[in-house]
Design a protein around this ligand. Structure first.
Ligand code: BTN
Length: 255
């Protein structure tokens, strides 16, 4: 039905019309023992979730809303690498299949023409320094028109249709994403994070530029240098010192 030529990713695909969140379904299935590579896809979500407990607007059949269940044999501290890996896969597919250059805004936003086109939400269940499973959620705005976005998102979110003036085939895109994700993931397990880091930096949003950065207790201007192998963001502060951060929001300077 999905015409997939993957080895393990999507060997089981659960496709639902409408669910609160594909993340929740994936967690439930994982706890019931579902296997590595299970994929949950929904046409629409009534309670899509984003990072930092934000809502993810997905009450529309015009987007890709899916969660991948992964059981990687890597230490839990390496889990953030999978978010970065997924981001490079999405940016790559947008470049190769849709012919647009999107950027990755650390840690998990895909930005096209300075607006958010896609996001990744990685949730991990670990016990005694072992990953039980990871649910990696991918949301992409594909065929929504401008007026379908809620008012508060209109200036910050966009879709592939808005940016390219074309409608795109959701199934084809899912197929490409799963194929490329599997290849990239297998390559990563064999060869480590280095190639992902290179790829990520080729898509890095505002790399080498000064941005405004906000952490829970601090806001300042800094220059983004790149990412570290553990998934942290490497920045250079106005005092010339470099620093690695693990949680922050990046804004354009002056925004
Ligand atoms: C973010 O940018 O904060 C992450 C957004 C992740 C959205 C996807 S859509 C499929 C999956 N199910 C959810 O509820 N969220 C993720």
């Amino acid at each position: 039905q999905w015409g997939l030529h993957t080895k393990w990713l999507g060997s089981k695909i659960i496709h639902k019309k409408s669910v609160p969140s594909t993340q929740n379904i994936a967690h439930q299935l994982a706890q019931e023992g579902a296997q590595h590579g299970t994929v949950i896809i929904a046409d629409e979500q009534t309670a899509g979730r984003g990072r930092l407990e934000r809502k993810w607007h997905s009450m529309s059949e015009q987007g890709i809303w899916m969660s991948l269940l992964l059981r990687p044999k890597i230490p839990p501290i390496q889990a953030p690498q999978l978010t970065l890996l997924a981001a490079t896969v999405l940016a790559d597919i947008l470049l190769k299949k849709v012919n647009v250059k999107a950027y990755i805004k650390w840690p998990n936003d895909i930005i096209l023409n300075d607006k958010k086109i896609a996001g990744i939400l990685t949730e991990m269940q670990a016990e005694q320094d072992q990953i039980q499973y990871i649910v990696l959620g991918i949301g992409i705005n594909v065929n929504q028109s401008h007026h379908e976005f809620p008012e508060e998102l209109k200036s910050i979110a966009t879709s592939l249709k808005i940016e390219t003036n074309k409608t795109h085939n959701i199934r084809d895109l899912i197929q490409s994403i799963l194929t490329t994700f599997e290849q990239t993931y297998d390559h990563y397990l064999q060869n480590g994070f280095h190639d992902i880091k290179m790829k990520w930096e080729s898509f890095g949003y505002k790399l080498g530029e000064t941005v405004n950065i906000t952490t829970p207790n601090h806001t300042w201007n800094t220059t983004i240098l790149g990412i570290e192998s553990d998934g942290g963001l490497l920045i250079k502060n106005p005092d010339g010192k470099t620093e690695k951060i693990y949680s922050a929001e990046i804004y354009n300077e002056g925004n």
